[in-house]
Design a protein around this ligand. Structure first.
Ligand code: MG
Length: 295
């Protein structure tokens, strides 16, 4: 008999011997107990739904306004505005910290492990790859300028087309997506506060063109017990069009859940997302803003 016909049953027998049942739960050597099958069966399945050609979800929690589910495809699409020309290749002000001038990404690190970031830089353009990146510096209230370019020809649909994102304080995402000719759930559209608040309008230009974000962000404030006393606010100007106007974040942004605040430091890194699509970036600079409490 061929050796493999002897080895295979032996391996199966060993594997079976390492598994035992305890109180209905299954345990395996060197592993945590796994829930019994009945408990697994009760775990709700994620169910997407398509409404008017928009893919999304209605099995998610309701937004605090009680009108829409998180990522609700029925939530109205932002109307489109054709932008003019605004802040393209804007020269950094003298007090700005330049985060990417086309030379290298030495101001950035891999978000997960702090290793030198793996995005490519070519002809003055950084292209997202492999993982999220974050700045070596930390920031609080800021004015941020960056330029991005969606892949052309476009590939993918919905959230799969040119997805990236600006993560303020590493956790509050202003979405980057190719929504020029691509519908998705409104709270995940370009310049949306992901999963929370759609952009006021759709100001996207065609893929392959450079687009600008000018972002003004103020940090959330927390009391000694970690309760939020003032939310984070953001104003976003995309291609010269106001798409978020001093809009409050409801907490950290995430997939399929409403925002939730968890107390954190006053200053944290700025992050850019890699979401399986090669999105280009150039001319990134930031100005820390001093808080002015005078009336
Ligand atoms: Mg994103």
């Amino acid at each position: 008999m061929n050796k493999k016909y002897l080895v295979l049953p032996l391996l199966i027998a060993i594997a079976a011997g390492c598994t035992q049942k305890k109180n209905g739960a299954t345990t395996t050597a060197n592993s945590q107990p796994t829930p019994p099958k009945a408990a697994l069966a009760q775990k709700p399945k994620i169910q997407g739904i398509t409404i008017n050609g928009v893919e999304g979800f209605q099995d998610t929690p309701m937004q605090p306004d009680g009108l829409w589910h998180v990522h609700d495809p029925a939530r109205p699409q932002p109307s489109s505005v054709t932008p003019g020309n605004f802040s393209q290749s804007a020269q950094p002000p003298s007090d700005a910290i330049v985060l990417f001038d086309g030379t290298d990404l030495s101001q950035w690190r891999d978000k997960k492990d702090g290793a030198p970031c793996s995005w490519t830089v070519h002809d003055g353009v950084a292209v997202s790859a492999k993982g999220d990146i974050q700045t070596t510096n930390v920031f609080g209230d800021i004015q941020l300028h960056l330029e991005f370019r969606e892949p052309t020809p476009p590939t993918g649909e919905g959230q799969g087309r040119g997805n990236s994102g600006v993560f303020l304080m590493s956790q509050y995402e202003v979405q980057i997506l190719d929504c020029y000719s691509n519908m998705t759930y409104a709270d995940g559209a370009t310049a949306g506060l992901y999963g929370q608040h759609p952009p006021l309008v759709n100001a996207c230009t065609p893929p392959g063109t450079w687009e600008t974000y000018d972002i003004i962000f103020t940090t959330p404030h927390f009391d000694d017990k970690g309760n939020v006393t003032r939310p984070a606010y953001v104003t976003v100007i995309q291609n010269g069009v106001v798409v978020q106007n001093h809009q409050a974040f409801r907490g950290a942004t995430n997939w399929r859940v409403p925002g939730k605040y968890t107390a954190h430091a006053d200053q944290m890194p700025l992050a850019l997302q890699f979401h399986n699509n090669p999105v280009s970036f150039r001319n990134i600079w930031v100005r820390p803003i001093v808080e002015d409490n005078e009336p």
